[in-house]
Design a protein around this ligand. Structure first.
Ligand SMILES: Cc1cc2nc3c(=O)[nH]c(=O)nc-3n(C[C@H](O)[C@H](O)[C@H](O)COP(=O)(O)OP(=O)(O)OC[C@H]3O[C@@H](n4cnc5c(N)ncnc54)[C@H](O)[C@@H]3O)c2cc1C
Ligand SMILES: *[C@@H]1O[C@H](CO)[C@@H](O)[C@H](O)[C@H]1NC(C)=O
Ligand SMILES: *[C@@H]1O[C@H](CO)[C@@H](O)[C@H](O)[C@H]1NC(C)=O
Ligand SMILES: *[C@@H]1O[C@H](CO)[C@@H](O)[C@H](O)[C@H]1NC(C)=O
Length: 323
């Protein structure tokens, strides 16, 4: 661990966790110790190397870091069955502001609760996490159905909102809505809705569930693919079938967009937010700590205070934000 500071009395320090990336899987008691500088991809890879029937319910992108992800919540394709990554943390090693090294017992249940959803940054440095592995079947099934936006697709999206939350806990169906070029119409932009799914079971079971609960989507046997859980991790990360697991260890992240592109995207997000405002939680309007919304407010460099931070702090922490 290296700490950087620029003057005798630094306003802050940055701790580089890059060397804290060890992962110890204990298959016999279905637990693991994971250091905060590891990535989700490295964790999934390590589990799969040790067991074909265990997994961990955390986020979809392999490059995401354990430290911020676990401390802020962490949800992915198994959220319906197993909850958040933070729900499956059973112990942690934390260094507090005075340099004391604490575990669950010595930090106490309040602090242990806070670092599983409240973010790490306010409470100390979490060096490592003990997690409970979860059981996955040797065969899982996935599908992806792309629909061009038309009246029927709009009806499907509407229907999905009522059905998805009531499906069997082994079945996860998410929607990805994005713009695509329509080749036949001179590259005109159109919207595409993708129904993207993981089922913790065989394709036969999946087909019968879908037939009973969401027949409108018209899932066919040839659209479902059976694979191992770790292959489904690669599938959701966008890799082709047969891709080597080693890509999960790739730490390189590419930032393609310049300032102009990123301003354009932020502008789109603001338009979407204002359009969706009437449909989302309000009084208080809440936000997920791991999807920071800078428009809610941020600390102003040197002159921050709990009172100022309360304005946006309540959006993330609700009644737990005490001034
Ligand atoms: C490409 C991408 C895909 C994503 N997909 C998902 C997803 O599927 N599901 C989901 O839930 N979220 C997802 N996220 C959001 C992700 O969970 C957050 O961005 C998370 O904060 C990342 O943690 P990090 O450690 O990589 O980031 P960092 O920016 O390093 O950390 C985030 C915050 O946590 C603090 N922190 C980090 N490590 C520690 C530590 N060891 N001790 C104390 N505090 C610490 C940092 O100070 C900072 O405030 C995604 C993000 C990206 C960029
Ligand atoms: C750190 O030490 C100071 C001085 O002993 C004490 O007042 C404070 O409560 C300690 N903080 C924590 C988080 O233990
Ligand atoms: C790692 O990721 C980067 C960025 O996405 C990519 O350019 C590179 O080819 C990847 N390397 C491997 C070995 O997959
Ligand atoms: C912070 O507040 C003090 C006193 O109110 C003021 O003198 C100082 O300029 C402020 N600093 C910044 C960076 O705003």
């Amino acid at each position: 661990m290296r700490a950087y500071h620029t003057s005798a009395k630094p306003p802050f320090i940055i701790i580089d966790l890059v060397n804290l990336q060890s992962i110890h899987i204990k298959v016999d008691d279905e637990t693991a110790w994971v250091q905060s500088g590891a990535t989700l991809g490295e964790l999934y890879y390590s589990i799969a190397k040790k067991s074909g029937i265990h997994g961990f319910p955390a986020g979809i992108c392999p490059s995401v870091g354990i430290g911020g992800h676990f401390s802020g919540g962490g949800f992915g394709t198994m959220v319906r069955k197993y909850g958040l990554a933070a729900d499956n943390v059973i112990d942690a090693c934390l260094v507090d502001v005075n340099g004391s090294i604490l575990d669950r017992e010595t930090m106490g249940e309040d602090l242990f609760w806070a670092i599983r959803g409240g973010g790490g940054a306010s409470f100390g440095v979490i060096v490592s996490w003990k997690i409970k592995l979860v059981r996955v079947p040797p065969v899982v099934s996935v599908f992806n159905i792309d629909k061009k936006l038309d009246q029927r697709t709009t009806e499907l999206v509407h229907r999905w909102q009522y059905v998805a939350q009531q499906l069997h806990k082994d079945l996860f169906i998410r929607l990805v809505i994005q713009d695509v070029n329509e080749v036949t119409k001179g590259q005109k932009k159109t919207l595409q809705v993708s129904f993207n799914s993981l089922f913790l079971g065989t394709a036969d079971e999946l087909l019968s569930l879908m037939h009973n609960r969401f027949p409108e989507l018209g899932l066919q046997a040839e659209t479902c693919t059976e694979m191992s859980w770790i292959e489904s991790v690669l599938y959701f990360a966008g890799y082709p079938r047969g891709q080597s697991l080693d890509v999960l260890l790739n730490r390189t992240v590419q930032y393609k967009n310049g300032v102009r592109a990123s301003n354009r995207h932020i502008h789109w997000m603001r338009m979407l937010y204002s359009y969706m405002k009437q449909y989302v939680s309000h009084s208080p309007r809440a936000a997920y700590l791991n999807y920071r919304d800078l428009d809610l407010g941020t600390n102003q460099q040197a002159n921050t205070s709990n009172l100022k931070a309360k304005v946006w702090g309540k959006k993330y922490f609700k009644g737990n934000f005490k001034v």
